[in-house]
Design a protein around this ligand. Structure first.
Ligand code: NDP
Length: 288
């Protein structure tokens, strides 16, 4: 039986770390505030917004929803982001993606002030992830993977870590963050040969592909730590990860469940980044 790396304990620890920092901001009359910008009423967006609001409220973080029509033009979205940039009471901004196909995603992301980019969508934030710099923040999901590994004391230095998936949201940034922690990182994708063999030889496997239960017993070996980033629905509409939990859990040393794993921690990382952005804004204001 593998150890289950549950997100709940990590979430509780992050909340305990944030509480005194949010109190200190309050003494300076600052309420950390997150703007959620979305286009339309996609059920996934609404569900994540509800979760984020609940988590934020429990911590003392304010959330403001900026809602545009699903057919709003690029200019309207960019104007909303400019407004967020210029509002000193907003510290972080989460832009729900994917955006509608007629929106130029890259152009929209670049409008956001990197200081308010708490989910690593601007080029400045991503450059910081790749160069060990300090602008912006890494994508929350990539940060959640690292937080999970560190919370449970999974050693990284010198260890073989395989990341399956190379998106800018998860695969690439988490790989760079692992490299910074001196792991030996292999990045795999849909064209990788002998993916199962590469995964079996790793100490840690991170699956971020969006393929429901595609990673079965033949991808894993005893003693491994497995992070399942996938949030998928199977053919019966059940929420599941990329890893076939029932097959894999008896084999490996430790595994994150879905739900209750990385996704839970991701929301907390968004909150932690918002608090850090508020602290940086206060320090900049005091330094003026
Ligand atoms: P993308 O679709 O952007 O990227 C998927 C990656 O997986 C690509 O690099 C693709 O390879 C690779 N891939 C797809 N199929 C296979 C395969 N059969 N074998 C090996 N590699 C494969 O997805 P995201 O990175 O945005 O998200 C990945 C998963 O993580 C999704 O399930 C998503 O819902 C979930 N997610 C979870 C979050 C959380 O908070 N837990 C937050 C964000 C995402 P190639 O590049 O060759 O096409």
């Amino acid at each position: 039986m593998a150890e289950q790396l549950r997100g709940k304990l990590v979430v509780e620890r992050i909340a305990a770390d944030l509480a005194p920092r949010i109190e200190a901001l309050g003494r300076a009359d600052v309420v950390p505030t997150l703007a959620i910008v979305r286009m339309g009423e996609r059920p996934d967006d609404l569900s994540y917004e509800r979760t984020a609001k609940k988590r934020a409220e429990s911590l003392g973080i304010a959330v403001r929803s900026v809602v545009l029509d699903e057919f709003a033009p690029q200019e309207a979205l960019e104007a909303a982001l400019h407004e967020v940039n210029h509002d000193p009471s907003v510290h972080g901004c989460l832009l729900f993606r994917p955006l509608p196909a007629f929106i130029d995603d890259a152009r929209a992301c670049e409008v956001l002030d990197p200081r308010k980019d708490i989910d690593g969508i601007t080029l400045a934030s991503l450059a910081a992830v790749f160069t060990d710099g300090h602008a912006g923040f890494p994508p929350s999901t990539a940060a959640a993977c690292i937080e999970m590994l560190e919370h449970y004391g999974v050693p990284l230095e010198g260890r073989r870590v395989v990341v399956v998936g190379r998106s800018l949201v998860v695969g690439k940034p988490v790989s760079m963050m692992l490299l910074r922690r001196n792991a030996s990182v292999t990045i795999c994708h849909s064209r990788s040969n002998d993916l199962a063999g590469i995964c079996r030889a790793a100490d840690v496997v991170i699956c971020a592909t969006g393929r429901a239960r595609a990673f079965g017993a033949d991808f894993f070996s005893p003693g491994q730590t497995v992070l399942d980033v996938g949030i998928n629905f199977d053919t019966h509409g059940n929420l599941c990860g990329d890893v076939d939990f029932d097959q894999v859990e008896p084999i490996v040393g430790a595994i994150t469940p879905v739900p209750g794993g990385i996704g839970t921690v991701t929301t907390s990382m968004t909150m932690a980044h918002t608090v850090a952005a508020a602290e940086r804004a206060l320090a900049a204001r005091d330094g003026e």
